[in-house]
Write a protein that binds this ligand. Sequence first.
Ligand code: X2W
Length: 291
Amino acid sequence: MNDAHDIQTRQTIVRLLSSMASAKEISQYLKRFSQLDAKRFAVVKVGGAVLRDDLDALTSSLAFLQDVGLTPIVIHGAGPQLDEELSAAGIGKRTVNGLRVTSPEALAIVRRVFQTQNLKLVEALQAFDARATSIVSGVFESEYLDQDTYGLVGEVKRVNLAPIEASLRAGSIPVIASLGETASGQILNVNADFAANELVQVLQPYKIVFLTGTGGLLDDTGKVIDSINLSTEYEHLMAQSWINGGMRVKIEQIKDLLDKLPLTSSVSITKPSELAKELFTHKGSGTLVRR
Ligand code: X2W
């Protein structure tokens, strides 16, 4: 990324922000976020599809936060990249309850792909002059979810914050892959939404943002739903035939998560180019999920 492009992208974000909200509104949010302990600001979960399709907007939005003195904690997946690489290696896809059944041959590829995708984001951030730290192991202490059913898939038992805290102390954006490891050092494949949920429960951040290709939860016409209140709308929403499998899992996960968070925390689902709008404006962007 050259400097001119870099500056231009940030200027675009600033311009977009000022057209969306008053300077007063933006500075109120900025002040509120700046007063939080670094680990309490925001956890941003980035789906693999976003790394593939929207890397430029993602890196400029994250770099912009660092420019204004904020350090988000980033956790990413790599679902579509895994589909592609596994298929290229002749390994077919099988999922149970939305989780990838992972054989030893598949795990070798999973590890490589996570590593590649993690470095891709870290290097893209560094090319934007942002400080970012690659964390591909040592965070999610895991156990086998159910080895007979899923193979080498983990559930997180404990989150080790030390590598994340070290990164935050250096003002560097921690970029974390959702690989787990057992007490005996076996690496396991962990679903990135599950890993994000465990991280959020430990950190209790003020903002939890899921960045997806769709930019929010979609209604039956494919339009982004502005907000949903799970305390009143959950049953109704889950009864809708148009809520697809992936979305269903996400809503269930977010409900479970919100039940464990302080009332001041909020969860939103948006797209990278609207991250600043989500964070710094009353109106926000994408879908706000409340309880
Ligand atoms: C996921 C990990 C990647 C992931 C998988 O193998 O696809 C399991 O299913 P996204 O892009 O965030 O979906 N792990 C066990 O979650 O990536």
